[in-house]
Design a binder for this molecule. Sequence first.
Ligand code: PMT
Length: 372
Amino acid sequence: MRVLLVIGAGPGQGAVPSLIAALRRREWAVLPILSTPAAASCADLWSSLCAAPVGFLDAPPAADVALLAPCAVPLPPAVAALVSHRRAAGVPVVSVPTASAPARPGPRPAGAAAWEVVPAALPLLGGGVAPLWLAGPEAVAEAVAAAVTRPDLAGKGILVTAGPTVEDIDPVRFLSNRSSGLMGLSLALSAWRRGAAVTLVHGPLQVAVPALPGLEAVPVRSAAQMHQAVLERIAAQAAAILCAAVADFAPRQVAAQKIKKTAAGVAEDPTLPLRRTPDILAALGALPRRPFLVGFAAETDHVEAHALDKLRRKGCDLLCANDVTEPGSGFAVATNRITILARDGSITPLPLLSKSAAADCILDRVAAALAP
Ligand code: PMT
């Protein structure tokens, strides 16, 4: 994708390098253009950060979307003309949400509360700090992606579970697994870009969830907490995608103090009594009025056969199976190879894809199923 980035000379300039980095991490071409002659003093910097020449306002390069960097507003007349020309040509234009705020620590500005706002406090030449809060670079990159995505889930409630659960043994030890949460986060963001009202119920993650308006993140720790958080919110959902690696077993008791290996009653080879945790997916599958239900299956052998069994047993509409022993697939990697099994018996193997691209394929199926 080609992003036309309109850069100015205002105090928000300090936020532009991290914004460019976030856009380029998505492998988008970033084409810088300067909104004022004053911005030209940094032209070489923008050109090298974007790995592209700085374009001219009167002959801007073709792009799929235009992004106004925070320092580009208020818009000089020439940029305003460019923006309306682009909009007329059907090219989406995105502005970085900003809000003025006290430069020093204080409450977040009300206008930007729904966005992940980061203080862009630039030291000024004459002393003091520029008072500016901006949406964070990852949130802005998501907004850019959303601007070029068909809103085929607009207004629909989509609940996603992500990450591992953690089952405490005592205050210092626990049972958990290797889920990073990236697959679940990718599903949540794919749904958000399509206009869904997203609820992401997640265990402790190794990835950051960008704060976005319309994405509610609900952090939990244990399977029991995830079960409760999902059931409390399920009535409002058109679809639920259960990607979390929920612990199947938890210690029967959680010790209030650290269990000492020398304590009386602790054997040389101790055993840990376990109990089954609630099966959230099966509970949703058994609801009399349930949303469109997508499960996952982390398998190590006979992937399709085990996944088909889970699809039927847990009452899913779709089941996404991944072989977690395959290199580059499954837990804590950037890619995944998923096979989608459907209730109607169809089996769709996807190639090895980035988790974001795999999530898009799964959301294509969800959107098709929810289409009127
Ligand atoms: O987080 P990443 O590092 O990106 O890794 C992604 C992933 C490997 C975790 C993901 O792709 C995946 O496979 N998630 C499901 C993991 C899992 O627990 O699979 P399972 O086969 O044990 O469970 C089957 C289904 O039942 C899953 O939808 C699971 O969320 C659900 N389940 C399981 C147990 C339980 N007590 N409650 C549940 O809801």
